[in-house]
Design a binder for this molecule. Structure first.
Ligand code: SAH
Ligand code: SF4
Ligand code: F3S
Length: 468
């Protein structure tokens, strides 16, 4: 396939880096270190983007702050996936009027997926005058230039485009953790599930070159990272636009063959493209965690078809069976939507029966939220809100029971965990399957793989003790 993706050129990226140095010397001349606050909504893609925004801000001389109060620059990285996410953003951005009144030189930027919607940008333009700059995900690499314009020209900036998106390599990154890292391997989505806004705001699928990804992961391993998650909206499509003969399973295999002591994870997979080859690759590489997040969305074939998902219940279950055959310890998680337009009680019961059949370790459950511009937003939706809430509660109860039963079966087992932090009295750790374990212990264990004996559990986490 011919590659249409725009790769931002090195001279353009060098120009942005030069602007960072100019901004840094401006602040130096002012005689102080400016503060920046970056707030992130939404998924790991946005977390990863925020790490790049922090990287650019640091290159511009800013120090990160953990509050908007008194910050010289505020960046709100927004999410558009459901109405609730947008409502929270509007509320918090509205409140920044007061923060800015107390610190009038403050510059406020909004970016991320909400800014990929022209109607949102119009609303910000006309009703949120304290916002200085807006940019959509395709414009992220130009942030230094946008920041400089806002600082020097005192004009509001709206940098939004409706292109198919681009790839920008080598943007500086400030990572939130020293142990866990996100690595975007591709951007955008081509699937157009009928309920979903992502393809409209994040552009078409485009894969980074394997050698760029391998170099980044090598760097992370050398820097001591132990838990590396590769990201894409549909990682199974990785490489289809590159024409270099490397698919997602091949990429995972090359990463897993790098020397070092680390775990590799990935998300998210679309069932229509998940291959047996991928399951085999995970099974045959110790460093790739036996964990699969495989969103099913609905257990009913008619609903799946209206969602434009391109698989049916039987095909989905076949995949799960194959995965469990080659990896009996596979930890499976998923996303599900309740109350899709026109979903009947019987169709909802198919979702419940699929959950009972698969027995996921954990589920991310959502009530359908109409997104302007998507086909599902125009579909007849006669089911009352109360009924959707009832279905949602029923589904959560079923899943909570299953999660608890699965967790109870861990009790008595000893497993390898990565200790990743502290939460009050206890250390926190993750199993290979991504389950949270709380265990007593000394801070010196943070960052280490240890064996832990599981001694108890709740619906959402495990309790254990270190076996040293
Ligand atoms: N690319 C990922 C998911 C991205 S969004 C994938 O395809 O698996 C994360 C989840 O949000 C989706 O899996 C879906 O369950 C949910 N979601 C997306 N749009 C939604 C909407 N309009 N209403 C409710 N839930 C939605
Ligand atoms: Fe949205 Fe579907 Fe793309 Fe996932 S695969 S981001 S749910 S359109
Ligand atoms: Fe939200 Fe955008 Fe992620 S819409 S879920 S932040 S891709």
């Amino acid at each position: 396939m011919e590659r249409h993706t725009t790769v931002i050129s090195q001279p353009e990226l060098d120009r942005q880096a030069a602007i960072c140095r100019e901004i840094a010397s401006y602040w130096k001349a002012e005689g102080r270190t400016p503060l920046a606050f970056v707030d992130t909504y939404g998924c790991q893609q946005n977390e990863a983007d925020s790490e790049r925004i922090r990287g650019m801000l640091r290159a511009c001389g800013y120090r990160m702050s953990d509050t908007e109060e008194g910050a010289d620059c505020i960046v709100i990285n927004t999410c558009a996936i459901r109405e609730h996410a947008e409502t929270r953003v509007y509320g918090n951005v509205g409140a920044l009027v007061h923060t800015k009144n107390r610190h009038p030189a403050q510059k406020i930027f909004l970016c991320g997926c909400m800014m990929g919607q022209p109607a949102v940008v119009e609303k910000i333009k006309h009703s949120y005058h304290h916002v200085d700059g807006v940019f959509n995900p395709h414009q992220l690499w130009r942030f230094p230039e946008l920041l400089q314009s806002v600082l020097t020209r005192r004009k509001r900036i709206f940098a939004v485009d409706d292109s198919a998106g681009n790839i920008a390599e080598g943007i500086p990154v400030v990572r939130a953790s020293k142990l866990k890292a996100w690595v975007s391997i591709m951007y955008g989505c081509n699937n157009f599930c009928s309920y979903c806004i992502v393809p409209y705001v994040r552009g078409r699928e485009r894969s980074r070159r394997p050698e760029e990804i391998i170099e980044e992961v090598k760097g992370l391993i050398a820097a001591g990272y132990k838990d590396i998650t590769v990201l894409g909206q549909n990682v199974n499509s990785y490489g289809k636009d590159l024409d270099c003969g490397v698919d997602f399973a091949d990429l995972m295999a090359s990463l897993a063959e790098l020397p070092g002591d680390f775990w590799l994870r990935f998300m998210t997979s679309h069932p229509k493209d998940a291959s047996c080859k991928l399951f085999d690759t995970i099974a045959s590489h110790n460093k790739i965690c036996n964990q699969f997040h495989l969103p099913f969305q609905s257990g009913n074939d008619r609903v799946l078809k209206t969602m434009n998902r391109h698989y049916n219940r039987a095909q989905y279950l076949e995949l799960v069976d194959y995965g469990r055959k080659v990896m009996p310890n596979l930890v499976l998680t998923s996303d599900v939507i309740v109350g899709f337009p026109g979903e009947t009680e019987e169709e909802f019961e198919d979702t419940i029966s699929l959950i009972e059949q698969v027995r996921y370790d954990a589920l991310f459950t959502f009530i359908f939220s109409p997104r302007g511009g998507t086909p599902a937003a125009k579909m007849e939706d006669p089911t009352p809100k109360e009924e959707k809430n009832r279905r949602f509660d029923k589904l959560c109860n079923v899943q909570n029971r299953i999660s608890l039963e699965i967790h109870q079966a861990y009790v008595g087992k000893t497993m390898r965990v990565l200790v990743d932090g502290r939460d009050g009295e206890n250390l926190t750790a993750r199993t290979e399957g991504g389950r949270l374990v709380r265990l007593p212990g000394d801070d010196s264990l943070i960052g280490q793989f240890i064996d832990a004996k599981i001694t108890g559990c709740t619906t959402w986490s495990l309790v254990g003790e270190a076996v040293l």
